[in-house]
Design a protein around this ligand. Structure first.
Ligand SMILES: Cc1ncc(COP(=O)(O)O)c(C=O)c1O
Length: 374
């Protein structure tokens, strides 16, 4: 049996004709940059996420960068975030010239630990970027309370969590900005790179639109130094079609997560921790189903799974405070012990909606075999 970590072909097949028609229409119009298709998608995303405004941009990485740029965050400023996330979160902070400050995560959700944030706030702190990792939101009430107390901007990195809910509120709708990625492997993926930033005020929305187009207030009149962060009409057209299916895909992932829980419970497997769903989580969208394998056996299990045609991957093997490019920040092993321990144990299993029950059974049976040998 083959169980890839992700195979998008089954998702694409039933939408193929409609998507091809959309692509043909856009090619016939020869209007590729921003335009009606992007405006339509922005409105649909705002409605889906329950936010007043959404601005389509080039990627999730640029979504984070442009939000920081609009807030004029840069050299001399500090921005608090998680060390256990995809690089882009801290990369965006560093690209503005600001200093990323890493705060350890909560061992249950793998999200930034709100209890540890306040100790990291200094007179230079301007913003917090909580990352809703793997499809589950951070504890936003606590994070927003700290931000209000210290007058900080909050930018949600919702790249992995469009549609995830915290106490009934949607990821990206709970703070000043929400940043989304439409990288193909996300629950809502386009056919290349794409992203979006949601925001809560009309002023910020206007600034986002200006900054995504080289800071032009009007044609060739540059009020700010922005960048080319414009979303393509082709990607927007494809995303509008796929957005209609998104809840069904989320439900398919949640169904698979429930099947995994049953299969693991019925197996004789010990020393494996399944993803925990926090009390505050009203919807987990399972962009990843990441288990933890204790006792230094993760890499052996990973190898065995790969050899037996089960796709799996480690998100993330090296915490950001230990990356070479951030050596100048002086981070060292032991600074974020929870993140460091989890990075040695974490393993993402196939969870995409089109998987069959037999494939999930094969994954769990193969893990059981691997653990017997490890
Ligand atoms: C948590 C997180 N932040 C940011 C990004 C960056 O998004 P993109 O790949 O669209 O630039 C990603 C995507 O990989 C991500 O997972």
């Amino acid at each position: 049996m083959q169980v890839p970590l992700l195979d998008l072909r089954d998702q694409y097949a039933p939408l193929r004709d409609e998507i091809m028609k959309e692509i043909a229409e856009i090619c016939d119009s020869q209007r590729f940059i921003l335009g009606d298709k992007v405006v339509k998608l922005e409105k649909e995303l705002s409605e889906y996420c329950g936010v007043p405004h959404t601005c389509g941009v080039t990627s999730g990485s640029d979504a984070l960068l442009i939000a920081l740029m609009v807030e004029n965050i840069g050299a001399g400023d500090e921005v608090i975030t998680s060390p256990f996330t995809f690089f882009a979160t801290a990369g965006a902070i560093a690209r503005t010239g600001a200093t990323p400050v890493f705060v350890d995560i909560d061992a249950k959700t793998y999200n930034i630990d709100p209890e540890k944030i306040e100790a990291a706030v200094t007179s230079k702190t301007r913003a917090i970027i909580p990352v809703h990792l793997f499809g589950q939101c951070c504890d936003m009430d606590k994070i927003n309370a700290i931000a209000r107390k210290h007058n900080l901007i909050v930018i949600e990195d919702a790249a992995q969590s469009i549609g995830a809910e915290y106490k009934g509120r949607s990821a990206g709708s709970m703070s000043d900005y929400g940043c989304f990625s439409f990288f193909p492997s996300k629950n809502l993926g386009c056919f290349g790179d794409g992203g979006a930033v949601s925001t809560n005020t009309a002023e910020r929305f206007e600034l986002l639109k200006i900054f995504r187009n080289h800071g032009q207030g009007s044609t060739y009149i540059h009020k700010y130094v922005g960048g080319n962060f414009r979303l393509d009409a082709l990607q927007a057209g494809i995303l509008s079609i796929k957005l209609r299916e998104l809840n069904k895909w989320h439900d398919g992932r949640a169904r698979n997560a429930a099947i995994y829980r049953e299969l693991f419970a019925a197996s004789g497997i010990t020393g494996v921790t399944l993803p925990e769903v926090a009390d505050y989580t009203t919807r987990h969208i399972y962009n990843q189903f990441s288990i933890r394998i204790s006792g230094g056996r993760r890499d052996a299990v990973r190898k065995f799974l790969t050899e037996n045609n089960v796709g799996c991957n480690v998100y993330y093997p090296l915490c950001l405070h230990l990356q070479d490019c951030f050596a100048y920040l002086g981070g060292k092993a032991g600074d974020c012990p929870v993140s460091e321990a989890i990075s040695q144990e974490i393993l993402a299993l196939p969870i995409y909606p089109e998987l069959k029950k037999e494939q999930l059974e094969y994954v769990v049976a193969t893990i059981e075999k691997a653990l017997k040998q490890a």
